[in-house]
Design a protein around this ligand. Structure first.
Ligand SMILES: Cc1cc2nc3c(=O)[nH]c(=O)nc-3n(C[C@H](O)[C@H](O)[C@H](O)COP(=O)(O)OP(=O)(O)OC[C@H]3O[C@@H](n4cnc5c(N)ncnc54)[C@H](O)[C@@H]3O)c2cc1C
Length: 353
């Protein structure tokens, strides 16, 4: 019997396993496919500020965790928000981000591949590139090093008896007994917690990204994204330069996406902001789902109505940027060390039917 069974090997589940194991708990994590198989391995690769106050502390703590485990360095690469009206006012509240308004010439001076005529805001203090799966794999390694057992290739269901969690059952027929179960299964969390489908606070917002290699000698220096662009096409431009590829995005749809059609749209939209994209070679097209709550805030801690059952999910487009801190909060709640902040609790007002 483990102290805690975690279901889901994305960034949130692996972070929770790490902090549980670090606190001395025995942990078994069950992952249906492989660590980082879903959004935590297929995202756009940018660790960045969510630009809202409610999630700012999760971001700050997550950056510290990413640094602690060597996923990112001290200095941000910068985030360049481009568009006709890249609103300085909205970022002014976050003084630590050191926003600098750039006219077209200044913008092209720091980002020579940008299209002519764009203006924007450079946020010097955020935008840490990291290969999509790097953070989650690292946290999984650190969890294992502290004694967590991570089992891949086992789809699990939650076992509940008389209103109490009693463990998880693997599709391989094995039972994993525990009186504390954490569901950290991203967009699949609602279904796992309530297979009947009455409780659905975490939905799926699918997204496609395209990884491209630029022609030799050409480079993009910053994470660049379209500021509040029109969603008419369902595609909003963003580009994250990693060491070998640039990740271009991204689409948003509640239905499973048509990857090829969206890849063409993503490339066309990106070329309007970064014309060099027209000369780039496509290396990979990837789809995954953002786990999203109705109020856009994560869902953490005890699930109402089932003793010992906890959840950690719903980080939307910012799970790599916020998930490590959520894992720490989820671990503390499971071990009764600290309560979950009210804004993220699973029984909060905004989620009541
Ligand atoms: C296109 C796109 C780009 C993104 N870019 C960024 C970005 O640049 N920066 C950023 O911060 N965030 C980004 N995100 C968001 C981020 O990827 C997610 O918020 C985050 O990965 C969610 O992590 P998670 O651990 O909650 O869920 P997931 O990564 O979905 O992990 C859940 C895991 O649970 C497993 N699972 C499901 N059901 C079961 C079961 N029954 N039994 C066992 N295991 C199960 C799945 O296999 C999966 O591995 C992006 C998302 C998308 C879609």
């Amino acid at each position: 019997m483990s102290d805690v069974v975690v279901i889901g090997g994305g960034i949130v589940g692996t972070a929770a396993a790490l902090f549980l194991a670090e606190a001395g708990a025995s942990v078994t994590l069950l992952e249906a496919e492989a660590v980082a198989a879903a959004a935590s391995g297929r995202n756009a690769g940018s660790i960045q500020h969510p630009l809202d106050a409610a999630r700012a502390e999760l971001y700050e703590e997550s950056v510290a965790i990413h640094r602690r485990f060597g996923v990112i360095g001290e200095r941000a690469a910068g985030l360049l928000a481009v568009g006709p009206d890249a609103a300085e006012a909205e970022v002014a509240a976050f003084a630590g981000l050191r926003a600098e308004a750039l006219d077209s010439d200044a913008l092209r001076a720091i980002e020579p591949e940008a299209a002519e005529g764009l203006s924007g805001v450079l946020l010097h203090g955020t935008g840490f590139p990291a290969h999509p799966a790097a953070a989650t794999r690292r946290l999984a390694e650190e969890a294992r090093a502290r004694g967590a057992e991570i089992v891949e290739g086992v789809r699990a269901t939650v076992e509940v008896r008389d209103g109490r969690a009693v463990g998880a059952r693997g599709a391989d027929g094995k039972d994993h007994a525990s009186d504390r179960v954490l569901v950290a299964a991203g967009p699949w969390s609602s279904t796992l917690i309530d297979p009947g489908g009455a409780w659905t606070p975490v939905g799926a917002l699918w997204g496609v990204t395209v990884q491209v290699a630029l022609p030799p000698g050409r480079r993009v220096a910053h994470r660049v994204e379209e500021w509040d662009g029109p969603f008419a096409s369902g595609v909003q431009f963003e580009a994250t330069p990693l060491d070998d590829v640039v990740v271009l995005g991204a689409s948003r749809s509640t239905a499973t996406p048509d990857e090829d059609a969206l890849a063409a749209e993503i490339l066309a939209r990106a070329a309007r902001f970064l014309p060099v994209v027209a000369e780039a070679t496509t290396v990979a097209v990837r789809a995954c789902a953002r786990p999203l709550t109705p109020d856009g805030l994560p869902l953490l801690g005890p699930v109402p109505g089932v003793q010992g059952l906890h959840v950690a999910a719903g980080h939307g487009a910012y799970g790599i940027s916020l998930g490590p801190a959520s894992g720490r909060i989820a671990a503390d709640a499971l071990l009764d060390r600290a309560p979950v902040p009210a804004a993220f609790r699973a029984d909060r007002e905004a989620l009541r039917p």
